[in-house]
Ligand binder design. Structure first.
Ligand SMILES: [Zn+2]
Length: 270
């Protein structure tokens, strides 16, 4: 499932092609999606494209109030893919679920497994999830330490909850804990301030680096131009059970937390 860096990559790629474009028609090719839910977008102009949590957010103008229009949030889930196409008249080919015909080209939403969702919010504030973005300025070592002090959950599980830090998933959490040298099963509140600060730094570093690489492709992530991410080459623990740790050569181990695999080095992570 695409995590924060993959969604950021897609949003950044789409922004130049979509910003300033007007929606001429919306064509829905999937009975799971109600065409009437997307009809309010017809005639509106796209004013912004950005990542909102783990979703791609598309902002629209409101007559007379350019910055206050509705926001369409697209959650890609397992196999969702957004792409801009220069020609909006080509016949639809499966797994195309929605085509937004624009005054120039079209925005296509492909989704083989059809788990992706499209949600229309009245404003950006409504579209923005609770919690803070781990790449934003509001995320500080002090804030992380204060949060962790209140929780007995294993640190890995805590990082994946979406109501404090938004957008973190299995891959980058495993990698950040390895960089920070923190065992994934440690109770959140057992981390010292220095460890919380190290984890904060590791999360920022991993996310920045993954965004620079265009995300990670394990199974089927493709960005808006149909290319794979490149960060999978830099993964040190995720998916590497039995491989030697990049730092100490101890074989990487796997454990299951809340039905999700966690990968870690038993020597480097305490
Ligand atoms: Zn190690």
């Amino acid at each position: 499932m695409p995590e924060l860096p993959e969604v950021e990559t897609v949003a950044r790629q789409l922004a130049p092609a979509l910003t300033g474009r007007r929606v001429v028609a919306v064509q829905v090719f999937d009975a799971k999606i109600k065409p009437s839910a997307l009809e309010p977008l017809i005639g509106r102009t796209i004013t912004a494209v950005r990542r909102i949590g783990k979703q791609v957010g598309i902002g629209f103008s409101q007559p007379g109030i350019p910055e206050a229009g509705p926001w369409l949030c697209i959650h890609l889930r397992m196999t969702g893919r957004l792409a801009w196409a220069p020609d909006c008249r080509q016949p639809p080919v499966a797994p195309l679920r929605v085509r937004f015909r624009l005054d120039r080209g079209a925005l296509l939403f492909h989704d083989t497994r059809r788990f992706g969702t499209l949600t229309l919010y009245p404003t950006l504030r409504d579209a923005t999830p609770a919690g803070i973005d781990p790449t934003g300025r509001a995320f500080t070592p002090a804030r992380l330490a204060a949060w962790l002090a209140q929780s007995a959950s294993p640190i890995k599980v805590w990082l994946m909850r979406q109501d404090r830090l938004v957008g973190l998933g299995n891959i980058y959490v495993s990698e950040a804990l390895h960089r920070a040298g923190i065992h994934p099963a440690r109770p959140a509140r057992s981390l010292s301030f220095d460890e919380a600060a190290r984890l904060h730094k590791a999360l920022r570093l991993i996310l920045r680096s993954a965004i620079r690489c265009g995300g990670t492709t394990i199974f089927n992530f493709e960005n808006a131009v149909g290319a794979a991410g490149q960060f999978q080459r830099r993964l040190r623990v995720y998916g590497r059970e039995g491989d030697p740790c990049a730092r100490c050569r101890t074989p990487i181990q796997r454990l299951v937390q809340q039905q999700r695999s966690t990968f870690f080095c038993p020597t480097c992570q305490h």
